[in-house]
Design a binder for this molecule. Structure first.
Ligand SMILES: Cc1ncc(COP(=O)(O)O)c(C=O)c1O
Length: 391
């Protein structure tokens, strides 16, 4: 009856089972995986947000495949603040970054063709690839000298229809450096793979570094799709509004846009109220973003201090909402995650969720409230210290 592409293994893993059992028994859970900013005590300017959503223009339906021009102009203004010139006709509004990926996979790939994605990386790629009949292959992010570096070999790049770059990357937080960008753009130009650059965390830098590349919107060397949206940029995932900026050699970009327009026209999925509200949402969202950034920085500092002289070390985070911990190798990542949950209700991601090569990493969100985060980290370290020996 059903397609092979939806034949997922839906059995909960051991960690999820334990988590569900704990919640069902009413035992406390200190969730260090949480990534929904609307649930974390951030002070959202409610009046402004609600008033933005009450614009009478939202009652009109004007089906535009690329999205309302007035909304696309707001996106261009965002890039202008980064000193990048983007034409509104190169902007396509979507119902979020996940949808943007799906549209681009459909645009570029025949069934079974390949896209090169980072490893480790956030788990959604597997699903997005599967539902679009795309085959994933991987390039690696490697950590040395306190820095994550992209390791993309030319041969795999040449065999792919697109290379996905997440800048900064989830979960490692690594920003794309100018040198790396130059190498990748060199592989992509002249009929090479297209570039899909996911910049949803671009405006969450934890420190400055002048080696960073910045945004690819407006890059002209290779066919490039730059993705962003309100979900992370403005801490407003519920608005379901993202965008794709198409750039590249003019003829190629024009063909891509003509096709993308028909794909978007097929769904017309972006809702009018969010499009009409976009000018106000971007403005107000800036205040939300400042609070989130402040919190992420403060929690990262707490984590760094707490892990000094402990059996856990925290890897250098350049940006984004997550941190990666290296746990003692006396247990695997999954065993540590289970132990933390059983002993003290602390819920972290084992690195294998993100496809880390080695099973020694734990991933934590830097979004929880500062006090809860600090006490959870203290307990986490205490449990690791008490359980360091092999049994
Ligand atoms: C790197 C990255 N890109 C995209 C998304 C999805 O964003 P959206 O909510 O706009 O679909 C996520 C979600 O966590 C993400 O981590």
């Amino acid at each position: 009856m059903f397609s092979r592409r939806t034949n997922w293994d839906r059995q909960p893993n051991r960690l999820t089972e334990l988590l569900e059992a704990r919640r069902a028994a009413g035992q406390p859970v200190f969730d260090l995986t949480i990534s929904n900013p609307t649930e974390l005590g951030i002070d959202y300017p409610e009046r402004e947000l609600l008033s933005a959503l009450s614009n009478p223009q939202a009652l009109r339906y004007r089906p535009e495949p690329r999205g309302l021009l007035s909304a696309r102009e707001v996106v261009c203004r965002y890039y202008r603040e980064k000193e990048l010139c983007v034409d509104p006709s190169n902007v396509f509004l979507t119902a979020g970054t996940s949808e943007s990926y799906s549209l681009i996979f459909k645009l570029l790939c025949n069934a079974g063709e390949g896209v090169l994605v980072p490893r480790p990386s956030y788990p959604l790629f597997d699903y997005l690839a599967q539902v679009n009949d795309v085959k994933l292959s991987h390039y690696h992010l490697r950590y040395y000298d306190s820095e994550w570096r992209l390791d993309i070999d030319r041969e795999s790049a040449e065999g792919a229809k697109a290379i996905v770059i997440v800048n900064p990357h989830n979960p490692t937080g690594a920003f794309l450096k100018r040198q790396e960008h130059q190498e990748i753009a060199g592989m992509a130009k002249e009929n090479g793979p297209a570039l899909i650059v996911d910049e949803v965390f671009l405006d969450y830098p934890l420190a400055e570094d002048d080696r960073r590349f910045g945004s690819t919107a407006g890059d002209a060397e290779a066919l490039t799709f730059t993705l962003n949206g309100l979900s992370k940029l403005a801490g407003l995932p519920q608005m379901k509004l993202g965008w794709i900026v198409v750039s590249g050699p003019p003829l190629l970009a024009a063909e891509a846009m003509a096709r993308l327009e028909i794909l978007c026209d097929t769904y017309l999925s972006v809702n009018s109220p969010a499009q009409v509200a976009l000018p106000a949402l971007m403005k107000t969202g800036g205040r939300v973003r400042s609070q989130i950034l402040q919190r992420v920085k403060s929690n990262y500092e707490t984590l760094r201090k707490a892990t000094l002289n402990s059996p856990c070390s925290v890897l250098n985070v350049e940006g984004g909402w997550y941190a990666v911990l290296r746990a003692p190798q006396t247990r695997s990542d999954e065993e540590w995650a289970i132990r933390l949950l059983e002993k003290s209700g602390i819920y972290v991601y084992p690195g294998y969720f993100f496809d880390f090569d080695e099973h020694k990493y734990l991933v934590v969100s830097l979004l929880p409230g500062e006090q809860a985060f600090a006490s959870s980290v203290q307990s986490l370290i205490a449990i690791v210290e008490q359980n360091c020996s092999t049994e």
